[in-house]
Design a protein around this ligand. Sequence first.
Ligand code: UDX
Length: 438
Amino acid sequence: MKIAMVGSGYVGLVSGACFADFGHDVVCVDKDASKIDRLHAGIMPIYEPGLAELVSANVRGGRLSFSTDLAASIKGAQAIFIAVGTPSRRGDGHADLSYVYAVAQEIADNLTAPAVIVTKSTVPVGTGDEVERIIRDSGTGVQFAVVSNPEFLREGAAISDFKRPDRIVVGAEDEWERGVMREVYRPLFLNKAPLLFTGRRSSELIKYAANAFLATKITFINEMADLCEKVGADVQDVARGIGLDNRIGSKFLHAGPGYGGSCFPKDTLALLKTAEDFASPVRIVEAVVLVNESRKRAMGRKVIEALAEAGVGEPRGRKIALLGLTFKPNTDDMRDAPSIAIVQALIDAGADIVAYDPEGMEAAKSLMPQVAMAANAYDAVTGADAVVLVTEWDAFRGIDLEQVGRLMKSRVLVDLRNVYNPAEVRASGWYYSSVGRK
Ligand code: UDX
């Protein structure tokens, strides 16, 4: 089957490469000529484990190509995916749909044969109706249908999430487009991945509801962590104790500095806007957004408290080393990373910050120009008064804490991801503070 993927960002590129790997003939389209040039040269625009290899294997196999020419690329494609960005609109938090609608118009103007237009971008309820209207109003005489097919890809694990999904959600109104989508996902379908057909509006809402629920789960355990600290309980035990109940489930119960990334912050806000538009309040999600925002800054205060309790004193003039800056490991993505608020809180308190992140420093530089970037973790901690583990990269799990301690001015460790064993760390002379543990 011939597939056109319009938008070669994170979602478009991963999905396009995986579809090609299924044996489809895929062309990934993007307006950004330099991105397409780099893809032709085998250079990935994002860091995602396994992606470069998957792309190059499928390019070599003749199943994957790249183009800036939308009109030529959609010719003969039975499925045309829209996978462009839907960032939060400045000022009001609504999803900005201008890129989606511009692509819909361009597809409408160039459609020459029957095709299913599939929205993979995360879009508010009703967007599919508008895309359909745009194409219909263009006066095309060609048969088409508009389908919703949200992605559930985690950065850093996107390829396995695509190839071994918990479910595939397709919002389609008629049998013709359902048949095309069955064909698109045939290899997964044969592997018994649940393919859930719903109406288009339900499918659009499923994506937001899923992300809002996961954000709620994280925020819930984060508040439990705060309570654990007050009452002398251990949040990891609490998470395990509730997670073993199948109705709750153990995933997404890791307490930490708050969620960030390209999806949860933006999608929860957009859901609030939809709820407002339809006068149907989602108060739990409202609370989640507020709690998560204030939590990120509160993590800065946690570091300041640790300095005081460890006897180091006021943060002014102290050197604080941050290990990890990205919103989570195995990505170079800095979008809404808790590190940004933590750095701001510490700088406001007069501290000097030095940081190291295996992949995120390039993107972080412009977001936190006052932070000195180190060549490695050991350089970052040299002469520091405290070290803060912000992102749980594997490299930091296995770090030599004895050497770290020798390089630092004082042994103060704030572990915002509960990576280390409190008893062991304290036994080697550290002041150790973590999240929701005594
Ligand atoms: C998420 C969804 O998981 C994915 O299905 C959706 O399509 C896009 O958004 P992603 O943003 O890549 O994926 O990362 P995810 O692994 O879900 O983590 C999001 C944030 O939550 C990170 O900041 C992470 O550190 C945090 N998190 C996650 C926790 O703090 N605790 C947890 O238990 C899980």
